[in-house]
Ligand binder design. Structure first.
Ligand code: SAM
Length: 454
């Protein structure tokens, strides 16, 4: 049992909302029940790794699983390899919005505006096609690092990470097919998971968040193409951050509310906003296995526009390309980009969008850094080893679990007869990073800032 009191100002304000049941809500929070779920990376695994002891699938996504207990993710090398992401299950409902409202076969430009630490971003990346591009943005500077780390481990080449305020995006009109706003909110939906959050909650913070959400949506609306889809979500129960935001959006913009089918099968509650009857979807932890969550979707009015982004010329020095090729999957169709000695590879669509964005946004990562060109050779990048573009025929070294953890800690580990040169470190069939064999010893190239510290 948890020893805390839910704010009565919150429970009183929710009493008329569909699906809200005060007694069930209070019991659920008092129970201390914790739900652990993960979402697998389909570019690295086909099913949930056996070591996680998955109990059952999360029904509204192809990739989510509940675990029977919470393991130590820090000491699971597969976690560091980006084979799965630990994510609260209700948030995975985002997949239904994509599956039902977006043509996922098309090459899309998707913006995830409030993206750190990267739960929804890694999920979106698994849903879109390889010739789509995901721009994933986080305004708070010190949260961009964790976003970059998570997307690097996810391994996809068609992602651009930016660090901008939503207002910076007004420079880019009618560019994106889909914009996801997982808005900063008062966080009441996470009270069961994080009882500490209860103390930070207040009606003032709900009002403050609601005004900020309107500002974010106002700034970002122009960047959506006419005919494009906006997906707005919060982890708050308050109508001021959910249905009233949906009403504000359709009052101030040419936006049409979109309905999702079949969610009630999983006890997700459909709501209608009070003024414009906009559809919204609420998750309550006493009705399903997940935390509090709200999702609403809109289509932007107006005639669809055709892509204006023009192909731009190949940037990397052509003479060097044969040196890059041997590190990459055969027959790849990647474009290279060089920034001083750093070399990046990305699909053509990502490259075109990157060229357009680079003068307008603060880009922190685009595509996969395949390495640094130094003294007439490529020093392979960590991101390459974690990516889905590296050449599977490169020399590799298979480690057992204890040695893999030592590798991830950057502590010494002994390997007899390690061959000379660059080797990909493998644990089971997941690549973890690079070492360089020097004959009688080896150098560990796992990034210092990502090492396991405890
Ligand atoms: N989408 C993330 C995920 O699934 O892992 C969680 C996002 S969290 C709910 C909201 C994010 O919005 C935070 O990373 C926060 O730093 C960011 N944020 C805070 N203030 C913001 C603002 N004024 N504009 C845009 N984003 C903001």
């Amino acid at each position: 049992m948890q020893d805390y009191v839910l704010p009565t100002q919150l429970t009183d304000s929710l009493k008329d909302i569909p699906g809200f049941d005060k007694a069930a809500f209070e019991n659920e929070h008092a129970s201390g029940k914790q739900v652990t779920s993960v979402r697998i990376n389909p570019s690295k695994v086909n099913t949930v790794p056996a070591s996680l002891m998955a109990a059952k699938a999360v029904p509204w996504t192809k990739f989510g699983y509940y675990l029977s207990e919470r393991p130590s993710f820090t000491f699971d090398p597969i976690f560091h390899a980006g084979a799965y992401y630990v994510q609260e299950a209700s948030s995975m409902l985002l997949e239904q919005a994509f599956q039902q409202l977006v043509n996922l076969v098309e090459p899309l430009k998707v913006l995830d505006l409030c993206a750190a630490p990267g739960g929804k971003t890694t999920h979106i990346q698994s849903l879109i096609s390889h010739d789509s591009v995901l721009v994933t943005n986080e305004v708070i500077r010190n949260r961009v690092n964790i976003l970059t780390e998570n997307i690097t481990k996810w391994g996809a080449a068609n992602v651009i990470v930016t660090n901008n305020d939503p207002s910076d995006f007004t420079r880019l009109e009618a560019l994106f097919d889909v914009v996801v706003v997982d808005a900063p909110c008062s966080g009441s939906g996470l009270f069961r998971k994080d009882p500490q959050a209860v103390e930070e909650w207040s009606l003032e913070s709900v009002t403050h968040c609601s005004l900020r959400q309107q500002r974010i949506l106002k700034d970002i609306w122009p960047v959506l193409k006419p005919g494009g889809i906006l997906i707005y979500a919060t982890c708050s129960y308050s109508t001021a951050e959910n249905e009233l935001i949906a009403d504000w959006l359709t009052t101030t913009n040419d936006a049409v509310s979109l309905r999702l089918e079949g969610l009630s099968n999983w006890h997700v509650v459909e709501t209608l906003s009070p003024v414009h009857n906009n559809f919204g979807y609420r998750c309550y932890p006493y009705l399903l296995d997940g935390e509090g969550f709200y999702l609403t979707c809109f289509k932007k009015g107006g005639e669809p526009v055709f892509d204006i982004v023009k192909s731009v010329k190949y940037q990397a020095d052509k003479k060097l390309v044969p040196h890059f090729d041997k590190w990459l999957k055969p027959n790849h169709e990647l474009q290279f980009y060089q920034f001083k000695e750093q070399v990046f590879a990305m699909p053509k669509n990502t490259f075109d969008l990157f060229m357009l964005l680079q003068s307008k946004l603060n880009i922190r990562k685009a595509g996969v850094k395949i390495g640094d060109w130094a003294r007439a050779e490529l020093i392979p990048g960590h991101a390459l080893a974690l990516s889905n573009v590296y050449n599977p025929d490169l020399p590799a070294l298979q480690l057992e679990k204890e040695a893999a953890i030592n590798y991830l800690r950057r502590t010494d580990f002994n390997i007899d007869n390690v061959s000379k040169g660059w080797l990909i470190i493998m644990y089971e069939h997941f690549s973890l990073g690079w070492i360089k064999g020097l004959g009688n010893r080896l150098n560990n190239y796992y990034p210092k800032e990502w090492r396991i510290r405890n």
